[in-house]
Design a binder for this molecule. Structure first.
Ligand SMILES: C[S@@+](CC[C@H](N)C(=O)[O-])C[C@H]1O[C@@H](n2cnc3c(N)ncnc32)[C@H](O)[C@@H]1O
Length: 245
């Protein structure tokens, strides 16, 4: 029997489509050093799970490489198709990937692994990967060492309190050692884009309309006064290889 927490998580995992345009406008990309660490240059087939509007996908494109996106939300897939019409997109989830066994070099998941059921998604990623292939997971987190970013987090934090715990991934055999590395960088942005970034968060999308508007007004008051031109991020990266056959 699903608990109220499970039902809330499932509702939030399905919520992104309602804010697909704001997602595309406000969310950051991923710095090139992090992408190189997550996906080796020689990877020929890369599967991007929970690809959303393609924020990570566009950084994966490279001559001679096939990138395949997997995304359950129809609205996110529509937004993705506007930006990356040439990329193959599958309407599916991390738990059931409609690809053959041993067909990918890397399965990567950006800002989405906390929405999946790892007990199904880990064996599914292992099935799709070739022996020696890699599962790579990444999250952009705001760098709260900047005082105004700490204040933004204070406004958002009670809605995101489950975030940190959910993000420490646990991978198990057939995957080997989980490696971790952080990358600090700044994403060029504007006060308007920061409001879009906040509006595209599942905890905000699923709020009651009046409370949501009040929250967005508080964020606007903060960022309009501050006038930031960039958002500092720490990009948290994890990778683990599936044992060679
Ligand atoms: C925060 S967005 C991340 C989008 C994109 N990867 C990025 O880096 O911006 C999370 C995405 O995960 C998708 N998602 C939710 N549950 C999923 C699941 N079980 N399997 C795969 N994707 C899922 C959502 O529809 C949403 O597009």
């Amino acid at each position: 029997m699903p608990t109220a927490d499970h039902r809330d998580k499932a509702r939030r995992a399905r919520s992104f489509g309602a804010a697909a345009q704001e997602y595309e406008r406000g969310r950051p990309t991923y710095p090139p050093e992090s992408v190189s660490w997550l996906v080796p240059e020689e990877a020929r087939t890369v599967v991007d799970i929970g690809a959303g509007t393609g924020k990570l996908t566009r950084t994966l494109l490279s001559p001679g490489r096939e990138v395949i996106a997997v995304e359950p939300s129809a609205e996110m897939r529509d937004q993705f198709a506007r930006v990356l019409p040439e990329v193959r997109m599958l309407a599916a989830t991390a738990e059931f990937i409609p690809l053959p066994d041993a067909s990918a070099d890397v399965v990567v998941c950006a800002q989405a692994w906390h929405w999946v059921s790892p007990e199904l998604a880990i064996p599914e990623a292992a099935r799709v990967l070739r022996p020696g292939g890699r599962l790579s997971l990444v999250w952009n987190t705001r760098d709260v060492s900047e005082p105004w970013v700490a204040e933004l987090d204070r406004i958002l934090l009670e809605r995101e309190s489950a975030r940190a715990d959910a993000r420490i991934p646990h991978v198990q055999p057939p995957f080997g050692l989980l490696e971790h590395r952080d990358f600090r960088w700044a994403h060029p942005t504007s006060p308007e884009e920061i409001v879009s970034m906040v509006a595209s968060r599942s905890c905000v999308i699923t709020m009651a309309p009046m409370a949501r508007q009040e929250l967005l007004d508080s964020v606007w008051t903060l960022v309009a006064a501050e006038g930031p031109t960039e958002m500092p991020y720490v990009t948290e990266c994890y990778r683990a290889a599936v044992a060679p056959a």
